[in-house]
Ligand binder design. Structure first.
Ligand code: HEM
Length: 172
């Protein structure tokens, strides 16, 4: 009898453990799973991106300036890659991000644009490792611009979008 009970307890224990293990696993990858057809971002993340971008747009020139200052601080070697005037460059960067944000609920539309941009970036001398530094600088600028509105949720949504853009550019 004792052995039968031990067996039952063992089975129940294993069942509960496996359920919680798979739940934890789902929680870890949850940000990459969308309940809507807007894969890889959830509808909520898309709303967050669009709303927070509206808060950055009015200060886009300062944001671009802050971005380059932060980038060159994080990796001074990137400065040599930029040949054009930075204010013009910053404007282009923000315009591109605006296009990306507008298309964030239908990323497929902008994949050819991102791939072409990725190819041009190889000609500019950009290496894969630079994308991480640029991502860090960009998120830092968002944090400066959004202040209290830069919550973990906002950070997570923007990290996903940045990685999405960077991956398409790098793959090209
Ligand atoms: C999400 C990632 C990025 C976006 C959206 C982006 C956007 C842009 C845009 C719109 C331009 C204008 C020219 C063009 O369209 O080809 C540009 C140029 C450039 N970008 Fe990026 N970029 C990204 C990542 C990077 C990275 C990782 C680096 C490396 C530090 C970089 C360095 C440059 C350079 C050197 C130029 C050319 C500047 C010049 O010589 O005038 N970009 N970028």
């Amino acid at each position: 009898m004792f052995y039968i009970m031990l067996l039952v307890v063992g089975f129940v224990g294993y069942f509960l453990w496996s359920r919680s293990a798979s739940k934890n696993n789902l929680q870890t990858i949850a940000p990459y799973i969308s309940e809507e057809s807007t894969y890889p971002l959830t509808a909520r993340q898309i709303t967050i991106i669009k709303q927070s971008w509206q808060a950055v747009l009015p200060i886009k020139s300062q944001a671009a300036e802050l971005f380059y200052a932060r980038l060159f601080e994080l990796d001074p070697t990137t400065k040599a890659l930029f040949k054009g005037k930075l204010d013009y460059q910053g404007d282009k960067l923000m315009t591109t991000l605006n296009v990306v944000v507008n298309a964030v609920d239908n990323v497929d539309d902008i994949v050819p644009m991102l791939e072409a941009m990725g190819k041009r970036h190889i000609i500019y001398g950009v290496e894969h490792r630079h994308y991480e530094t640029v991502g860090v600088a960009f998120l830092w600028v968002l944090e400066q611009g959004l202040g209290d509105q830069f919550t973990d949720e906002v950070k997570e949504a923007w990290t996903l979008v940045y990685n999405l853009i960077a991956n398409y550019m790098k793959e090209a």
